[in-house]
Each structure stands twice: as C-alpha cells, then as structure tokens.
Ligand binder design. Sequence first.
Ligand SMILES: *Cc1c(COP(=O)(O)O)cnc(C)c1O
Length: 386
Amino acid sequence: MHQFHQQRPTWAEVSLAAVRHNFLTIKKHLNPDARLMAVVKADAYGHGAVECSRVLESIGADWFGVAMIEEGAVLREAGITRPIFCLGGFWQGQAEDLIKYDLTTAIFRLDSAEELNARAREAGRMIEFHLKVDTGMGRLGIPVADVAEFAHSLKRFDRIKLDGVMTHFAEADSDETDYSETQIERFKEAVKILRELGFNPAWQHLANSAGIHAHPQSHGNLARAGATLYGLERDVLASRPEPFGLRPVLSLHSRVSMLKTVPAGTPVGYGCTFRTTRESRIATIPIGYADGFRRAHSNNGRVIVRGRFAPIVGRVSMDLTMIDVTDVPDVELADEVILIGEEKGLRIAAEDLAEEIGTISYEIVTGISSRVPRVFSLDDDPAIML
Ligand SMILES: *Cc1c(COP(=O)(O)O)cnc(C)c1O
C-alpha cells in the first residue's frame, strides 16, 4: 500500500458498535432455539467484511454467510474460525478451494455434488453441505417436486453429507403474507421428503432479515440476517410488526474542495442541466459516481453542510458533485459534507437515497466503491477488541 501524508477527503465511517447493537437486537427477536448467521457477502454490504466479522465473531455469531468461495477465503485468511456458508454454492472447479478454506456450501446441482464428492475423497475427508430447495423464489435451488429424485441421486456419493436444508423467501418484506406462508409449507414438505428417504439434516434455515421480522415460524434452527445487521430497515422489512429499532452503521462524508459565488443564469456541470436563478454560492465536493454516489442523484437529492440541507445541483460526474449552499450561512472551504448520516438532528439515511433514485438501500451501500476508504469506530463500546 502507498503511504500518503494526506488523503482525498472522501470517506465512509462504519460504527462497529452499531453492528454489535444490531446483531444483539436481532438475536433477541429470534426463537430461542435458532442460531444466527451473519450475512457478510459483498464486503458486508459495503461495510467491511473482515472488520464486521471479527466483531460479530467476538459477540457470538454462529455462522457467517457469503455469496461465494472467494469471499469465504478472505474471512478465513483474516482468522475467522466459525462456520462460513456459501449461499450461492460454487462454480465448477472450485470444490478444492471450498475444502481448503473449510467452507460449507449450498448444493442445488448434481454435478457440483459429484465434484465435491470427488475432491472430498481425494482429501480423505467427509464434507457436509446444505441442500438448497426452491420453494418459490425461482432463483437457485431444487424445486420441491424434484427433491425426492435429487435426494435419491445423492445416495451414490459416499464422501459428502447432507447436513442442512435451506430455502429463500421471495417477498418476506411484503405486507401480504400468503406467499411466504406457502413457501414455509413447501419447505416443511421438502424436509419431510428428505427424512422419509433417510436423510437427517441438522440445520434448517429459511429466513432472511424480513423473514426473521415477519415470520417467526420460519426461524428454523438457523436464520440469515444481512441488511438489518447494517441497520437497514425501512425498505427491508414489512410494515408490520414494529421495526426492530436498529442503529444505522454507515455514514458517508466529503469536504468542500471549491467554493464560488456566481451570478444568476450560470450553468453548473455537464450538459448545463442546472442554471442558477439568483446569485448563488456553489460548492464542489470530491465524490462522484465512481465512488458509488450515483449519477441518478443529478439535480435530485441533498446533503448536510453546517447542520443544514443543501441541494445537489447539476450532473453528478465521475469524481465530483456540486451543491448549492446559497442558503447555508458561512460555508468555507474544507467544511464537512454529509451524504449519508446525521448532524444536528438532520438525517439522510441510505433508505432516503434509495427512494430518491428508485432503488433499495442494499444497492446504495453495496455500491459505495473501494475508492472510498472505510474508517471504523468502536465509539461508545470499548469492550470490542479487534
Ligand atoms: C443475501 C441473502 C440473505 C440476507 O438477506 P437480507 O435481506 O440482507 O437479510 C439471506 N439468504 C440468502 C440466500 C441471501 O442470498
């Protein structure tokens, strides 16, 4: 890594104390016999997988969930020792690495079961996996109608063991609960079929954050929480019951790097899509769509400066964004600008940004690019050791 005396003033702060609070809060809502898998795929939804996982492991996360082998390997290399589950299975040729990094995978294809079995034999090991069943998501998983046939085919593999069954909800965040209830019923049917065929899966898991929240009967003995660990709720959970009351984890910051007073009628940014209608103070901040601050925020959104909202004006460009600070007194060069976060009672949540540009908060936080340094704080909670 290069060492600089000073860095570009654009950064994301991640409160690990808030992650801890959220984990413990979600745990309180789980049925007592259910364990909690902390889903830390996509670099913990942009929050830093290694740092978040260390804290979560220290406070009792039972499992970690990643999307793929590559993400699991990063956690193992960082010293995470709890079970790590590959939600998306693995690509052909990756079974060897799966075993090497001691990861547990979902299986939903016979060819991957075969590959895993072959590599397990070579390694002289017995490898456990979880069968992924499609109960209505239509993405990954064996349709319930095909589970019996698939399970029969698994019997010829002597080096892999079906140790869990899982499925995934399509709309557990909906206030319409029928579809999720149907999925739960189909899941029970799949488990029954497996039992009748002599399988005895130790783990049964269905619920994501929204399932944990709205469908307690889906907790099984393991539940998989992602978004809620990072304090995202408004566009993650159904409107009933009450939200968990989580703390936001990530805030996004920059500083004023250019400041000028311009006359009425001055165009701002690419395409001249904004024109001042009065003498205006325009500030430029060094953050753009290459940082994950989306171009869709052009003339559409606001930031917090000196405890006031200031509108985004003109197009967001790759590295830079302009804001109108005419109504914010005394703005100076290097003043802090908050794009996600809270100051003096004003708040911009990831959910707000998502709403402004027609997406979900998941996409906002995972989209903050690697160009933005993450700064971790333990703030009010000195008990956490990294
Ligand atoms: C990402 C993911 C989760 C976590 O979902 P959240 O809505 O973030 O809680 C759970 N299960 C599977 C299979 C996933 O892919």
